[in-house]
Design a protein around this ligand. Structure first.
Ligand code: ZN
Length: 133
């Protein structure tokens, strides 16, 4: 297992070939995937409280980011793209990971104290590769 550095969100946004930018591109971006199931658990109206689970597949792929539901959060979300690319690179069939939103909360009274959004995302990915046979 290698510890490769994680790209920053801004770098991802600058990529000329964004993930899933158009329908049907999933198979082009991940030609080795035959099928996959991606489950993302996030707060229903973050960052705390009730959770909801989003389900994606190769025919219903997620975007690069799953949005944060915290109404106070700026620029929030969790990058599924990073997790998926890493999984495919490592030929992983099962990935369970989690992380915090990349956004920040702003004070409703306009104070300058921003703090990291505490919305937590849990991700479970199951991939079947075409070369599995
Ligand atoms: Zn957030």
């Amino acid at each position: 297992m290698s510890h490769d550095s994680r790209p920053k969100a801004a770098e991802l946004m600058d990529q000329s070939d964004p993930l899933f930018s158009k329908k049907g591109s999933f198979a082009e971006v991940f030609p080795s995937i035959e099928s996959c199931v991606i489950e993302v658990e996030r707060p229903k109206r973050g960052p705390y409280g009730e959770k909801e689970i989003l389900k994606f597949t190769e025919t219903n792929p997620p975007g690069e980011y799953v949005d944060c539901t915290n109404p106070k959060c700026y620029g929030g979300g969790f990058s599924i793209g990073i997790v998926l690319r890493k999984a495919v690179k490592n030929n992983d069939t099962n990935v369970n990971t989690s992380g915090l939103c990349k956004g920040q909360e702003g004070s409703p009274k306009g104070a300058k104290l921003d703090r990291d959004c505490m919305s937590h995302f849990s991700v479970a990915i199951n991939i079947k590769y075409k070369s599995d046979n």
